[in-house]
Design a protein around this ligand. Structure first.
Ligand code: GDG
Length: 462
């Protein structure tokens, strides 16, 4: 088996279980099994080094190589171009894009740094797999340095339609850089279709009947590779008793209260304010639900140095206070809003103890929480997944209750439907959803992408 070298902005700490963030979770699950090298920024050191030497550490079958960034890199590349330009742009949020030329320069500079560090590690028959929007120009940088290895790219977030992409300066350069990869993977057919439209309209390239993109003499495989979870290990975790969660669940059962659960990084793409409003609307429209239901929202801190994240945090704190002020009683708190990180095993137990999983992003590449919620349910008495139609997961998870995350009334009605759904219907939906998350699990994601990457019919560009 050829050695796999994975590169992402950050590497996950494989010795810890409380990782928040879909990329870290998805990749850690896949790499632990296959083994290989994982390179990225160490996430901490912000010191200046002209040509950073990767720091090497071996954990099980995985060799981790990390490099430092400077404070300037961190501001321009990470907070700047990646998270204040590409993240909002790719999530269709043009109103939040904050473009500066210095950000673009920093983005190119850091991608060049990654390429220099990689040149010291790569062996001729390695397979190179690069992840996410932070590193789109990395293949082009590596090719410029003479790299001949097969290179694949996976985009964890959505790929927007051409008319949205066109709002950012140098969008053509960005897509041309992307096309330097041999294989480009997306979460959904919608994202893949958006790339097809862009290349046909703007680059004069064409899509062959086998879906390969023809650019001059080269061919690029672009496909849909939906990410998944390690279903069995999640089931095992959910079935393990977690004392603290169990005591809390029993207390709620005695009081006849049921829990709706939401778990997200605290990000403006996750639709949290309207989710809280929808819960309030449920209490308004169906007063009989009061005191018998509560919403637990876990919102894990993320990117707190970007302004848009500071305002969403304030908005949520105000909203949950407002809803509690309006509806709470001396012995019932409707919203439990937790701004923090919960251990993964407790999370699994919480999903299992919650009759409704409430996942309502305004736009999401896939959304692993939706799949984790399904995996954690017991077949005897499964809960119901209420899922946004704008999550990538909705392209597959048809048996969830699919909602419009901009329509508070629609979400409230579907919450009620979930809370009152007969057991037989819940079991039928659960069975079908379980089959779907097994078909598209972490292993399938890795294997199908690797098969495309190992397909030697497409030659790397000279
Ligand atoms: C990106 C894309 C795509 C969250 N809070 C805690 C915690 N988490 C874990 C969840 C889940 C992961 O973080 C979040 O994954 P998502 O997929 O929901 O979302 P993003 O972080 O935005 O991920 C997304 C993903 O990449 C993979 O390609 O699906 O669309 O945006 O695993 O459980 N984990 C723990 N404590 C927390 O408090 N332990």
């Amino acid at each position: 088996m050829r050695r796999l070298v994975v590169i992402s902005n950050r590497v996950a700490d494989l010795t810890r279980t409380a990782q928040a963030g879909g990329l870290a979770v998805g990749l850690a699950d896949s790499l632990r099994e296959r083994g290989g090298v994982w390179m990225g920024w160490d996430g901490q050191s912000l010191k200046y080094e002209a040509e950073p030497e990767p720091r090497i550490r071996k954990i099980g079958e995985v060799t981790q190589a990390t490099i430092p960034l400077t404070q300037q890199d961190y501001s321009d590349y990470y907070l700047g171009f990646a998270n204040s330009v590409l993240w909002p742009l790719f999530h269709y949020r043009l109103d939040l894009v904050d473009f500066k030329t210095a950000f673009l320069d920093g983005y190119r500079r850091v991608n060049a740094k990654f390429a220099n560090a990689l040149m010291a590690i790569l062996k001729p028959d390695d397979l190179v797999w690069i992840h996410d929007y932070h590193l789109i120009p990395l293949a082009a940088e590596l090719r410029r340095r003479g790299c001949q290895q097969r290179m694949g790219f996976f985009l964890h977030i959505p790929f927007p339609p051409p008319e949205i992409l066109a709002a950012v300066p140098r969008h053509r350069w960005l897509v041309e850089s992307l096309l330097e990869f041999d294989v480009i993977g997306f979460q959904t057919n919608t994202d893949l279709g958006n790339l097809h439209h862009y290349v046909e309209d703007n680059l004069g390239s064409w899509i062959k009947p086998d879906e390969r993109i023809r650019i001059g003499e080269r061919e690029v495989i672009a496909g849909c590779f939906p990410i998944g979870i390690d279903v069995d290990s999640f089931i095992a975790m959910a079935e393990q008793p977690n004392d603290e969660v169990q005591i809390e669940t029993q207390r709620r059962a005695i009081l006849g209260r049921r829990q709706i659960i939401g778990v997200d990084r605290l990000d403006y793409t996750k639709g949290l304010p309207d989710r809280l409003r929808a819960f309030a609307r449920l209490l308004e429209l169906y007063p009989e639900m009061r005191k018998s239901v509560a919403l637990m929202q876990i919102a894990t801190p993320t990117r707190e140095e970007v302004d848009a994240y500071v305002s969403i945090r304030k908005e949520l704190e105000a909203l949950s206070g407002e809803i509690n002020g309006r509806f709470a009683d001396f012995n019932w708190t409707p919203v439990r809003y937790i701004h923090g990180t919960v251990p993964r095993d407790a999370l699994a137990a919480l999903y299992r103890a919650s009759p409704v999983g409430f996942v309502t992003p305004l736009r999401d590449g896939m959304n692993l929480v939706a799949k984790e919620y399904v995996a954690a349910q017991s077949m005897d008495n499964p809960g119901v997944l209420v899922l946004s139609k704008f999550a990538g997961a909705a392209e597959d998870l048809h048996e969830a209750l699919i909602v419009n995350p901009y329509d508070v009334d629609d979400m409230a009605r579907n919450l009620r439907r979930a809370l009152t759904m007969p057991l037989e219907e819940r079991q039928k939906r659960q069975k079908a959803l379980m089959e779907r998350i097994r078909r598209h699990d972490a292993k399938n994601w890795l294997n199908t992408f690797m098969a495309a990457l190992e397909d030697e019919q497409t030659q790397p560009s000279a």
